[in-house]
Ligand binder design. Sequence first.
Ligand SMILES: C=C(OP(=O)(O)O)C(=O)O
Ligand SMILES: [Mg+2]
Length: 426
Amino acid sequence: MSEIIFVKAREILDSRGNPTIETEVVLESGAVGVAAVPSGKSTGKFEAVELRDGDKSRFNGKGVLNAVRNVNEVIAENIIGMEAQDQYLIDKTMIDLDGTPNKSKLGANAILSVSLAVARAQANELGISLYKYLGGLNANLLPVPQLNILNGGAHADSGLDIQEFLILPVNFTSFKEAIRAGAEIYRSLESILKKKGYSVGIGDEGGFAPKVKNTEEALSLIVEAITNANYIAGKDIFLGIDSASSGFFKDGYYNFEGAKLTSKEMIDFYENLLSKFPIISIEDGLAEEDWDGWIEFTKRLGDKIQIIGDDLYVTNIERFSKGVELKATNSILIKLNQIGTLSETLKVIQFARFNGFNAIVSHRSGETADAFISHLVVGMTTGQIKSGAPARMERVEKYNELIRIEEELGENARFAGINVFKKFLK
Ligand SMILES: C=C(OP(=O)(O)O)C(=O)O
Ligand SMILES: [Mg+2]
């Protein structure tokens, strides 16, 4: 047991060059925990509040000095003296100190940086890896990576409406081999794009951002890349998309690929895609307030594919409970900074499990070198992680950390592989 004696936050930069917060926590024993918070661009309307200064003279208003001050001057004096092992109590103390339903007073970024740094400090205090602290002996499952190799939407200027085109390597015996296949396919896609005269510039999450015609062309290029890399699409590698469709939903319609579609027409579009491509996962296929559409979507396609709510749920237990009750999806995306504490995130993952939902732990489009999510996904044995392309160091670092974890687990490591999708493959 060791109590917190020092808490200090600072403003650092994220992968887009925007400011974000990092916090350091020191325990009486000398154990230290440092954690940095990422930042989204296609953020959900119902996410907890990321506190930004609004002072246009610094970072065009995006500074986080107020959040830093909230850690150093408000949170610090309230948690110094608390035991680092009391994660739930520390998180509750911060939630109560904030006192708002969306953490708008202190900032979810401020609160989360402390929450994660405390967990790290406690793992270091115990002298064990973070994933082992989170999950103990049960923490031996390595996730299927969802690798975003072609970018659109708010993350790139490819002109594609769909934000993320993902490959999911499943037919492998280890995470390391799965990521190798992913990286080979990424490079294979680069060669194809070059040969066809497309740009090989990349988007925020490291995927290529060619100005291709539409979704079908993007998916065809990816299938070709899989084949050229000597893998079989639909067996070794499945496809996924994150439409981030709240970004093109307006006044009840989806403004998609030049047309104005109803929810039903959007679902028809996805159903047609499934008949042409080995897609196993669709995230945010519909918008964050289109509950009726989601119910229909899951009724029609929920036994064939993983249907993930991201902006729909924002890792919030209330919105997620509603989704479970309404059968709005069969899966949930998990982003720590959508809700703002580790303990609330753990509860949402547990709730997903109780209800037979897949949980996919995710990075944000603005990232740091912090690989906390790699430990979270193994600690909670969720079986899937989404961390962008197998390129750009802030993305790769999450995958590299999983390679290290797999090595540490040795013969006890298991790769989730096809198991996480078995229920969709009858
Ligand atoms: C990672 C995503 O993007 P962002 O961080 O911009 O919300 C996403 O939508 O899943
Ligand atoms: Mg998303």
